[in-house]
Ligand binder design. Structure first.
Ligand code: ATP
Ligand code: MG
Length: 613
């Protein structure tokens, strides 16, 4: 990756303002909404019955349709292929594709690839895969802005011919100096009044490659005294002798983002061009340009309408391609799909689901007020979906041996466990009960603290789906560490057999047969950053420190654990709730039935929030 060329896209800076949301902001819950129906495997019908709640963009579209301004709704999702998609993009994808679906219109998948130096086909493919994974289909409407270079060029000639654009030959520093400030008007360039013929001739020679980089630019001729800096003759074209990943060396003249984007929208007949708030000040130029081109007869009306909404700011992560690229390139994470990264590829590998993202987007809503969303809102959406979607299995993450001394050696007693407590139709599976079992180390305490209701000498507990046992003692090694727990069982207490519920116990523990359990690697992921807004605290010199200083050194812990055989024999990306622990996913790349690898998706409860509080 080469670094992004400065100023090459002329994208405005993001505003960092606003409040912070906890819980479920913006979106009022609609009464009587149907329970979300999900299938266990997301690839089926994941765009289910979630209708976007009312918000100001929907209202604007309703008004436009009622006024007869547009006949159908056409939106677009326009990423630049210079990085992987992140969770913020999910908000834009769900909004754009969701609205198109809601109004029976269409959403275009468009690569905004006008900047030749940072883009690549690898990114294009990764982006398409992520959008598809989220559950959206652009049908035949896949577009590349680079396919419009010729049209964009002709639009520029049309502007020149109408006296609405000129070639400026000032060096970039001087153009900047004449631009003025928020309080001072700009001043005209000495080249502003070139004749149309001279401008046309120069512009054609720029295209023909007769000038080096930076010799000339093409600027719109609007108003150097405008209070809106974006209207002070913005730059439309720059000379750049570089090769583009799709057009190769066909061009040495590249449009700026500001100029290209409205034209892309108009070419495709977009009706509602939804973008983030930092483009609000650009809207007057967006409208000026399309009006001018409509007047020139290049585009017909109705023209697209730009509407801005607040970008997603999510705590404990960074949602900026530049920072994500840095994390990947400097190897702070294992790659673009590292499960700790807030990329869609990372979220997928972590076990997050498309339905969870859709639910999250529905809950955070769409508004015009910039704000921060707590990470727990995303986690709760994932939990809520996984609670319905994921089957239950058993895993012992910190194993300690339990011997049922009165259980015959070599005997296997098969017990039954439901695959899903909320959905009996998903059936049951058999789990083997044997003399030697694995239990969680944390489920035994030789000297119990108050309120501890699990294994301790003399106590009875139920081994979930198995027998009630009474703990009789433990063995220790020389250092005093417990290495084995002993118990006896009540043969008539087997779960599901008549009379078994006579036994009342306070504690309920999960277990696995030592003879059958499969050893697995567990990758325990935690937040990548330990600060909710990475890079905002002051460093030693008073300036904000680097976001890298806020990396959480304990964001990944790997350990060996045991899972039931039924959990191991699954394809990659199968998701389970390991009872009492949380939701896990079989790693997309490393999981094998004989050497299982599970990633922690999210715990059963918001423990992080509790610790923070
Ligand atoms: P970044 O801000 O991470 O550098 P970008 O804006 O350069 O990303 P694009 O590929 O141009 O990334 O974005 C594609 C679309 O996604 C744009 O319409 C943009 O407005 C939207 N988008 C990007 N980031 C967010 C976000 N955090 N929340 C909502 N929408 C976003
Ligand atoms: Mg952006």
């Amino acid at each position: 990756m080469r670094p992004r060329a400065k100023g090459s896209r002329q994208r405005p800076r993001k505003k960092r303002t606003g409040s912070r949301h906890r819980g479920t902001p913006n979106a009022p819950r609609r009464p009587g909404r149907a329970r979300i129906a999900f299938s266990a495997f997301p690839e089926v019908d994941i765009v289910s019955d979630l209708a976007p709640p009312a918000h100001f963009i929907k209202n604007a579209i309703d008004e436009d349709l009622a006024a007869g301004r547009y006949r159908q709704v056409v939106t677009r999702f326009p990423p630049e292929p210079n990085g992987y998609l992140h969770f913020g993009h999910a908000k834009s994808i769900v909004l754009n594709f969701g609205l198109a679906r809601l109004y029976g219109g269409r959403c275009h998948m468009r690569f905004d690839d006008t900047n030749p130096t940072t883009e690549s086909m690898d990114y294009v493919e990764a982006i398409l895969e992520a959008v598809r994974w989220l559950g959206y289909d652009w049908g035949e409407h896949l577009y590349f802005a680079s396919d419009y270079f010729e049209t964009m060029y002709r639009c520029a000639e049309a502007l020149i011919e109408r006296g609405l654009a000129y070639v400026d030959s000032l060096p970039p520093e001087e153009i900047r100096a004449l631009r003025g400030t928020l309080t001072e008007p700009g001043r005209d360039s000495p080249y502003r009044n070139r004749s149309i013929e001279e401008n046309l001739a120069l512009f054609r020679r720029m295209r023909a490659g007769e000038f080096p980089d930076g010799a000339h630019v093409l600027r719109a001729k609007i108003d150097m005294a405008s209070p809106n800096l974006n209207l002070r003759d913005p730059i439309l074209y720059r000379i750049r002798h570089v090769s583009h990943y799709r057009t190769g060396n066909a061009w040495c003249l590249y449009p700026t983002y500001t100029y290209a984007h409205p034209i892309e929208d108009a070419i495709e007949g977009i009706t509602h061009s939804l973008c983030t708030l930092e483009f609000e000040d650009q809207r007057p130029f967006y409208e000026w340009l399309l009006e001018a081109l409509a007047e020139a007869g290049v585009f017909s009306r109705p023209l697209p309408r730009q509407i801005e909404f607040a970008r997603l700011n999510l705590e404990y992560v960074v949602l900026s391609k530049r920072k994500l690229i840095q994390l990947v390139e400097e190897r702070h994470v294992a790659g673009w799909d590292d499960p700790r990264l807030p990329t869609l590829a990372g979220g997928r590998r972590r076990g997050y689901t498309p339905e969870g993202f859709r639910l999250f987007c529905e809950r955070i809503g769409v508004s015009k007020a910039d704000g921060w969303i707590g990470y727990e809102v995303l986690e709760q959406a994932m939990r809520d979906h996984l609670n319905e979607a994921a089957e239950r299995r058993i895993a012992v993450l910190d194993p300690l041996e339990l011997v049922i001394d009165d259980f015959p050696e070599g005997h296997v007693e098969w017990c039954e466990a439901p695959n899903h407590p909320l959905d009996p139709e998903r059936g049951k599976r058999r789990i083997p009960f044997t003399r030697r079992l694995w239990i969680e180390r944390g489920d035994f305490m030789e000297t119990p603290v108050k309120g501890f209701h699990r294994l301790t000498p003399g106590a009875t507990v139920r081994l979930r789906y198995g027998y009630v046992i009474e703990c009789t003692g433990c063995d220790k090694d020389e250092s005093g560490r417990v290495v084995r727990v002993h118990a006896r069982h009540f043969p008539d207490s087997k779960s599901g057999t008549p009379g078994a519920d006579r036994y009342k116990t306070k504690g309920n523990c999960h277990w696995l047969s030592c003879d059958h359990a499969i050893e697995a690697e567990i990758r325990h992921y935690d937040r990548l950053f330990r600060h909710p807004r990475p890079g905002t605290e002051p460093g030693p010199d008073g300036a904000p420190r680097s976001f890298l200083e806020d990396l959480n050194p304990e964001s990944l812990r790997c350990y060996r654990a045991f899972v039931e055989p039924d959990a191991a024999q699954v394809p990659p990306e199968t998701r389970f709730q390991f009872e009492r622990h949380g939701y896990f996913v079989a790693d997309r790349y490393d999981h094998r039935p004989e050497t299982p690898v599970f990633n922690l998706t999210v715990g059963l409860k918001d423990t992080w929030g509790k610790i923070q509080r």
